[in-house]
Design a protein around this ligand. Structure first.
Ligand SMILES: O=C(O)[C@H](O)COP(=O)(O)O
Length: 312
């Protein structure tokens, strides 16, 4: 097969596909429009999330047998249209689920123990112990929304912390030894820490809004390593100000696709909720790196190779 690689990945991906007899072309800077002009000669593409694979692109890709997305989320692909054309869609959540689970756990431990805040204070010469008194996970209830690859990997990490783990998912019977599946209502009644592990879909777009937050019985912490657009940032900020949300660990932001650096260089362009988040001491922000580890780079590539070779 002729395969076009549109993003740079771990070298094993190219090496193993070549060893299996496939022809690989790489172009990590080509635009979507230019790709559409050459895509008809390819059987497969390997992409991360550089541009959208929409109807126009798929129509131009007359020979395409597969699209491999080196990551978990497939929202940049018009899935029904691609599948309707018989194109096989490959993703690799197995490659970065462990990394996401560890990052979500790291965010909780960091927020609970005020690590980012205490670190900044000590480095600024302040030895504040009382205001940096932490919290323990023991005895807390963790609510996971979305119990697929990522949610399950996160729940596994919670073993040993002596906390109760609940999960809610639109699919039935996904609970396991690491998390008890409950209704959304029960999860909202009991949760102390909510962690989102849902893909971005019409059902999860703007899912965490004012009503959703106010349905929680207790004040809670929010961890989002899933998709920024699943949280209405203005609702999150309202809840942070009122104390309904006690703290947030956000690896993804509603605004991340609008060139994030530009929002900082022209501060008047910066949305008000973001202005609040970047100064709040009980908010921890990371730049969509939860699934972005040294190890996951290799595992994502290996998962993609294995899935391509298993099918072609
Ligand atoms: O979907 C994923 O695997 C992660 O969110 C990473 O996405 P990215 O490839 O767009 O960085």
């Amino acid at each position: 097969m002729r395969i076009l690689h549109l993003d740079q990945n771990h070298p094993l991906l190219l090496e193993q596909l070549a060893l299996a007899g496939h022809h690989n072309d790489e172009n990590y800077t080509i635009s979507k429009e230019a790709t559409e002009k050459i895509i008809s000669k390819y059987d497969g593409i390997v992409i991360r999330s550089r541009f959208k694979i929409d109807k126009q692109f798929i129509d131009a890709a007359s020979q395409l047998k597969f699209i491999a997305r080196v990551g978990a989320g497939l929202e940049s692909i018009d899935i029904p249209y691609a599948e309707g054309k018989g194109i096989y869609l490959i993703s690799a959540p197995e490659g970065n689920r462990n990394a996401v689970g560890e990052h979500a756990l790291g965010m909780i431990l960091s927020l609970f123990n005020k690590l980012n805040r205490a670190d900044a204070e000590v480095k600024a010469g302040h030895w504040n112990r009382e205001s940096n008194r932490g919290l323990e996970l023991e005895g807390k209830t963790i609510g996971i929304i979305g119990y697929g690859n990522m949610g399950k990997a996160f729940a596994k990490k919670l073993k040993g912390f002596d906390c109760e783990v609940l999960c809610y998912d639109i699919l039935d019977q996904v609970g396991d030894d690491n998390a008890r599946q409950v209704s959304l209502q029960e999860l909202q009644e009991k949760t102390d820490v909510l962690s989102l592990h849902t893909p971005w879909t019409p059902q999860t777009d703007k899912m965490v809004d004012d009503n959703f937050i106010n349905a929680f019985a207790k004040a809670f912490y929010l961890i989002n390593t899933a998709r920024g657009k699943s949280v209405v940032t203005s609702a999150l900020v309202t809840a942070l100000k009122s104390g309904k949300i006690k703290g947030a660990g956000l690896d993804v932001l509603e605004y991340e696709k609008l060139s994030f650096e530009n929002l900082f260089t022209s501060k008047e362009e910066m949305p008000d909720p973001l202005k609040y988040l970047i100064t709040a001491q009980n908010v921890l922000l990371t730049p969509h790196i939860a699934g972005w580890t040294i190890e996951s780079k290799r595992k994502l590539a290996q998962t993609i190779v294995d899935k391509i070779l298993a099918s072609f």
